[in-house]
Write a protein that binds this ligand. Sequence first.
Ligand SMILES: C[S@@+](CC[C@H](N)C(=O)[O-])C[C@H]1O[C@@H](n2cnc3c(N)ncnc32)[C@H](O)[C@@H]1O
Length: 511
Amino acid sequence: MMSYPKIAPIDVPIPAERQSARRHYGVHPYFTRRPHNVVRSYILRYTREKDVVVDPFGGSGVTAIEAWLENRVGVQNDINPLANFIAEGVVNLSRGSIRDYTKALSALRERCERKLLAVERMSPAELEVLRQDLKMPRNIRLPRSSDVLFYHELFSPHQLASLALLKDAIDGISPSWLRRGMLLAWSATLAKVNKTFLSAEGRAESRGGSSIFSIYRYKVAKMPVELPVWQTFEERFSNVIAAKAEIDKTIEVKQRTTGWYGKFESYAEDIDALARRLKSQADYIFTDPPYGGHISYLDLSTLWNCWLDQMPSDSARGRELIVGGELAIQESSYVRRLGDAVTGCLSMLKKDRWMSVVFQHWNPAYFEAILSSAASEGAELRTAISQIGDPIWSMHKKKGSESVLAGEMILTFIKSGRRTLTPVSNDFDVSDAVKRVLSEVEGNEIYGELLFNKIIIAAWREGAIRSLGIAKSDFIHLIKKNGWHYDASRHCWARGLARGEASLFADAEYQ
Ligand SMILES: C[S@@+](CC[C@H](N)C(=O)[O-])C[C@H]1O[C@@H](n2cnc3c(N)ncnc32)[C@H](O)[C@@H]1O
């Protein structure tokens, strides 16, 4: 039987497969979903069957679902009710048969399709009358960064009435697992039926997405598109059925071969509380904590949490690991809590087991918080792999070019119990390090992210990460100074100066 400390760690990047290879992850949108094949490869390398795999910042559940489908105990946790709604919703699809679902759809069609078409043609006065009979979501205040003040303003009166009518009908479905499956399709419909939905130019109106996922705020479209609600729901439903078929097949193959004993657990705790609950129970942790202030998960999930009647408590909101957001959480608090989160993860992990933390940010202090907490808790950093070149670059990366970090670093530790105090040195020359890394590049291209990650790890190994104050602009400048230019079409740095830049670097300072 394999001995955990002898496992050879994954030391090369794993090319990310497109989401379509595992359709169940496509049933409902969520933020920053990790590529399932990468997560699965890590789980398979560091664990064996029946091991407990925990993701304390589980998001839409990729880690726990992959673990579950690979005959492990997948433990999902997230402070965001929407995240658990999606993860549990996907696992729940293993219950019942496809026929149960299609029968439920027929009954729903019978009950709602004509009514929904009629709603689309109703006058404001008629809509007002209809609304009296429907259960409406609370009209709460939205985050300050939103284009509109209140929740109901995210919808046209037709959208609001149609979604309420459909949800009322779904709420009456039993048994509860079937209702949950139908609600997953409804919730995915909600993502498209609201005023933040933007159609993709030159494609069918229904292709597109919400500003919530592209620019991370409630931006109302200048010319909102009103998709037909029943048709949109049926399309989302067909995704749910495809996902169910895929999950059923995976489980059936397991049953025929190795046997099926995958288990799934789900918690809605703040990381600190989870660490107390699961002390020394994890065989492996794969996790992807929030990267600073870019995405306020709880604020942005209000669109779903409000209507699903699962708004997080004020205390949960105060515990969200972010910088900023509605509660204007300070960066110093984020850095301290990020370090504490790593300490918490390690208290859940058994001795001699592995932990992988996915991270990316321009701020070396964030990496320091992760790395120094791990070192003082007896976890040794074994590999730091840059996963870059995802097939789909984010819109943010496409627009922001060289100043945006895409992809991420996967830091893998073993909890050997050997606590190390990192030596502290102030003697790290970033300029030299950039030059060294560039001189080691084979070929003519390098991703900026890979270069930055190498600098971070080099500074850490030399005990100098604390002194590594480097701004984006300095970093970009240093690369250019070494005779490289940014190729925006390939999202990477290429050898040689771009036309017109040679003169910029001609003075002595840059030689
Ligand atoms: C980067 S996302 C994880 C995405 C995930 N890897 C996936 O593939 O879907 C980080 C998650 O951490 C959650 N989170 C933030 N603060 C938390 C806390 N204090 N405790 C637990 N979860 C938290 C957020 O709600 C968010 O879903």
